[in-house]
Write a protein that binds this ligand. Structure first.
Ligand code: SF4
Ligand code: SF4
Length: 110
């Protein structure tokens, strides 16, 4: 008999940290310096509107950006509804909407 615990083991994957483009990172930090203040507390994720309807996780977005996983990042960024609830609860005063919009711009820039 198989028991459904409501979660599963994540698939094995390899992350190549060399694929992180520091130019993109510096560009984002220049456009939105508050990005550096994030302490990964998770309050934004807990309150996120998109997270209620999808598997969107704002902290995952940050990790994908640092890891240079841009294809997956683009998919994730499109799930954000830009509602701004995350900004209201952030203890570090991060305004995540411009951060998300700037990430989108940086990824689509030629
Ligand atoms: S609430 Fe603010 S400090 Fe906490 S993880 Fe989200 S962005 Fe970072
Ligand atoms: S702006 Fe985006 S990340 Fe923030 S709470 Fe709304 S849907 Fe979530």
């Amino acid at each position: 008999m198989t028991i459904n615990f409501g979660y599963s083991i994540a698939k094995t994957r390899v992350i190549n940290l060399d694929s992180c483009d520091f130019e993109k990172l510096h560009k984002l930090e220049k456009l939105t310096p508050s990005f550096k203040r994030c302490m990964n507390c998770g309050a934004c994720t807990a309150t996120c509107s998109a997270q209620q309807f999808t598997d969107f996780n704002i902290r995952k977005v940050k990790s994908l950006f640092f890891q240079g996983q841009y294809t997956q990042l683009e998919i994730e960024l499109n799930k954000c509804m830009l509602c701004g609830k995350c900004t209201l609860v952030c203890p570090r005063g991060l305004n995540l909407r411009p951060i998300i919009m700037n990430m989108r711009k940086i990824l689509t820039a030629k």
